[in-house]
Design a protein around this ligand. Structure first.
Ligand code: ADP
Length: 381
């Protein structure tokens, strides 16, 4: 995934390079610097001695030694002095120069701590904004997996106003099983969605053509992973592809149709997820790269989807493209359905994404910051 926020200890990450928030001497210190030196072993300090320090905003590279990361990029963030001493530009330079050094050394993945947000005292919310916007600008021009590591969740300061709005939306919408949630239709005036709330309709009350079409369509439910459940195949209990086939067979036998009823149903499949995605990219006049970058999707994954008409994406991937394509909620539902999914009000992440889409806020970085703030999986690959 091109950009991710994760919580944890940066010294444990298996990436090409981790970034060290060092001091100008490069001879070790406290905080993340101390943790990196401890985990890398004494050879790191030996190599650091040969570098003769580093100026604020610049970056230098060493090997990772005993770390799982191949390299350490040492950069020096500014000490916060109230914000009028060029701190922001120096912090941006620290991120930018680290990223450029990673690019020069052909790193495909780089992890950052929140530079300057510890003992150097940079206000955490502003430090986060500088980190995210600088990484984002870099990723608009370059391909790389960049991870921002939040060591303690207290150091992650999400926009307070947005946080309380999302909290309110979750209170009204999220169905935690303790009471009725509001169905999507109530929120945006669209049809009710989700497996549980979908009214059951008889397959026998429509024309043959309508029945066959219905049979060939996948229903919007999560795939069933339990093999036993898949064996006991009923149209509503199987994964989408199996369910589709089961429904077609069910229809054919119920109608007393000849065996070629199934063949006919299968030859009339709807447009696949991959076909729908490519069609919508074209119809919007978007470039592929513009779309996958906006979706926070890795180029390699996009190529796979492009070349495989039957590609089965994860729900997060579908939602990421729905955001990139700026679909409204009804379109998002239809798009999810292509891959066998639906938005669920029993799923906090779904409700959060729904909040952003309903408010026409298609900024993937804000959505992922919100998902992180609420401890949910991020969108993208
Ligand atoms: P600075 O001097 O640049 O402020 P610090 O090391 O004091 O550097 O803190 C920078 C950030 O690194 C802080 O947000 C701190 O919580 C975080 N941090 C400390 N240890 C680790 C670690 N092991 N992994 C990731 N982040 C860490």
């Amino acid at each position: 995934m091109p950009f991710r926020i994760v919580s944890g200890d940066i010294t444990k990450l298996h990436v090409d390079a981790i970034v060290n928030a060092a001091n100008t001497s490069l001879l070790g210190g406290g905080g993340v610097d101390g943790a990196i030196h401890r985990a890398a072993g004494p050879r790191l300090l030996e190599e650091c001695r040969t570098l003769h320090g580093c100026r604020t905003g610049e970056a230098k590279m060493t090997l990772g030694y005993d770390l799982p990361a191949k390299y350490v990029i040492h950069t020096v963030g500014p000490i916060w002095q109230g914000g009028r001493c060029g701190e922001e530009e120096l912090l941006r330079s620290a991120y930018r120069n680290s990223l450029l050094l990673a690019l020069e050394k052909n790193c495909e993945s780089v992890a950052f701590p929140m530079i300057s947000a510890g003992v150097y005292g940079y206000p955490k919310e502003q430090a986060l904004e500088v980190a995210v916007s600088t990484i984002r600008a870099f990723l608009e021009e370059n391909e790389m997996d960049v991870i921002l590591v939040i060591f303690d969740r207290d150091s992650f300061r999400f926009d307070v106003r947005l946080y309380s709005e999302i909290s309110g939306y979750l209170r009204n919408t999220y169905d935690d099983g303790k009471g009725p949630g509001i169905i999507l239709g109530d929120v945006v005036g669209s049809a009710a969605v989700g497996g549980g709330s979908r009214p059951r309709r008889s397959l026998f009350s429509r024309t043959k053509k309508a029945r066959v079409e219905e049979c060939a369509r996948a229903l919007p439910e999560e795939p069933v992973e339990d093999e036993e459940a898949a064996d006991a195949i009923t149209p509503d209990a199987a994964p989408p592809v199996m369910r589709m086939q089961a429904e077609a067979m069910y229809c054919a036998s119920a109608m007393g149709a000849a065996p070629n009823g199934l063949a006919e149903a299968l030859s009339n499949l709807d447009e696949s997820f991959s076909q729908a995605l490519l069609r919508m990219i074209d119809s919007r006049g978007m470039k592929d790269s513009e779309c996958y970058k906006k979706a926070n999707i890795d180029r390699k994954l996009f190529s796979k989807i492009r070349s495989d008409v039957n590609y089965r994406p994860s729900k997060q991937t579908v939602l990421a493209f729905a955001v990139a394509l700026e679909l409204d909620l009804n379109e998002t539902e239809a798009f999810l359905k292509k891959a066998g999914f639906a938005l669920s009000h029993s799923n906090k992440a779904d409700v959060i994404v729904e909040y952003f889409i309903a408010n026409k806020n298609y900024d993937m970085y804000s959505i992922n910051e919100a998902l992180f703030a609420f401890d949910q999986n991020l969108l993208g690959a």
